[in-house]
Write a protein that binds this ligand. Structure first.
Ligand code: MTE
Length: 436
């Protein structure tokens, strides 16, 4: 852990220097242009002001309007998502589908595929595993490109890992609704996360077999879904560099999710799973991986997935890596609960930095706190389920809160540090209910 924390921060510092010197160029697109684009996208869709969900993140192609938070439609349909999206399981937000958190109540640690959130920049491609190949290429290899078929990968030594995939913007809507701060991007509540048991080959193993050299610095996995067009600019296919240290460590080239082949929406035939890091790292529908002997760039590590705004460096923060700490109740917002009868409140907490250590809940808007009972042994890269009994005293509105601490010493603050694209929300979320 300590070793990786070090290499990650060294990597970020180096990147940041290059970024500030203007060395980053992304596929014919200048940073200035991207910043202008993003500003335009933000101005066009400030969901804080509109009070409704902005369908498209800055990088999303579709500019469809999603229903406002809470106003669930009967026939949920997201263009380009293959699996059914019944409204009791999903809230459709443009090309994406958010898990209804209350639908996780009673499920295990692993999120069933039928309720695992989907974040698509464009739409789910239908790929035939038999004709599919993964090409590994670039200046960071000792030789030329190396290709792996689906069967080649399945014949390599397999590893399984339980890990969450969570969007960097999970919780984003609370910047607006709780902190009064406008941000751009998909207005997720807390359901842009799922935990699965992934099976596949270590990326390090694939890279070694492809002849990775000791000069390799970054790897750039790229998806086979459509190119992303944002405000008329083609950003190319979804791709985001990973430092070689992380790539060689715990990243999986996954072909199974919860014991089944990956479903189409989650990356079939093969995706990356980058434990603990922001979801954009876990590239779906993997087609090729460039291995560079110099730092690699794409819009997804330069103009997006960094922290921008007055509280951050002019070129943005270092590229986002680890996810932050969050807690959520498995209960609908504005749920109705009977007075003077015990109710079992349940929920989950998770952190990208370390296992969760403790969860506390408040049923009086944050005046008094007590410990929740943890139902899982806390593990890195996963969540813990928790519960607490509450007897609502009298009819009327009430606000429930849950806050976690992790073993890295992190706690959930009252307010999250603002950034224009609304990433890494970690504050305690106020959960309103009505007691009757
Ligand atoms: N990979 C490709 N090729 N295309 C995408 O649109 N979305 C990313 C990542 N990988 C994306 C992708 C983002 S932003 C997230 S949060 C995760 O996939 C979501 O994974 P899921 O849809 O399986 O939940």
């Amino acid at each position: 852990m300590a070793h990786h924390a070090l290499s990650e921060s060294a990597y970020d510092r180096r990147r940041l220097r290059q970024w500030v010197r203007g060395e980053a160029r992304t596929a014919g697109l200048k940073r200035r242009d991207m910043l202008g684009l993003l500003a335009a996208a933000g101005a066009a869709a400030p969901f804080a002001a509109a009070g409704s969900a902005s369908a498209a993140g800055p990088a999303s192609a579709g500019a469809r309007e999603a229903p406002a938070a809470g106003a669930r439609t009967v026939s949920a349909a997201a263009p380009g998502i293959v699996k059914p999206l019944p409204p009791e399981l999903f809230t459709v937000r443009g090309t994406n589908a958010e898990t209804v958190f209350s639908s996780l109540r009673g499920t295990g640690v692993l999120t069933p595929a039928d309720r695992f959130f989907v974040r698509n920049h464009t739409s789910t491609p239908r790929i035939d595993a038999q004709g599919w190949e993964l090409t590994v290429w670039g200046s960071g290899l000792g030789g030329g490109p190396v290709r792996f078929s689906y069967d080649d990968l399945r014949a390599l030594p397999a590893t399984t890992a339980t890990a969450f995939v969570e969007c960097a913007g999970n919780g984003r809507s609370f910047y607006a609704t709780q902190q009064g701060q406008p941000v751009s991007g998909t207005a997720w509540t807390l359901g842009a996360i799922g935990v699965a048991r992934w099976r596949g080959v270590r990326l390090g193993e694939v890279l070694r077999r492809a002849g990775v050299s000791r000069h390799a610095v970054d790897v750039l996995p790229r998806g086979l879904d459509d190119e992303v067009v944002s405000a008329g600019v083609n950003l190319g296919r979804v791709r985001r560099p990973l430092p070689i240290a992380k790539a060689m460590d715990d990243v999986l080239v996954a072909y199974e999710m919860n014991g089944e082949p990956l479903p189409p929406d989650h990356g079939y035939p093969v995706r990356l799973v980058v434990p603990g890091w922001v979801g954009i790292s876990s590239v779906k529908w993997l087609g090729d991986i460039e291995v560079g002997d110099a730092p690699l760039y794409s819009p997804w590590n330069t103009d997006m997935y960094r922290l921008f705004g007055p509280d951050h460096p002019p070129g943005g923060s270092a590229p986002l890596t680890r996810q932050t700490l969050k807690s959520a109740f498995e209960l609908d917002r504005d749920a109705t609960l009977p007075a003077r009868r015990p109710v079992l409140l349940t929920g989950r907490s998770w952190s990208g930095a370390a296992p969760v250590r403790e969860v506390e809940i408040s049923t009086d808007g944050g005046v008094r706190w007590r410990r929740a009972r943890l139902h899982d042994v806390p593990r890195p890269g996963s969540w813990v389920r928790w519960s607490a009994t509450w007897v609502p005293p009298a009819p009327g509105p009430a606000v429930l809160l849950a806050r976690a601490a992790d073993r890295a010493g992190r706690t959930q603050p009252e307010a999250s540090a603002h950034n224009t694209q609304g990433y890494l929300f970690d504050a305690v979320v106020r959960h309103p209910v009505t007691v009757v």
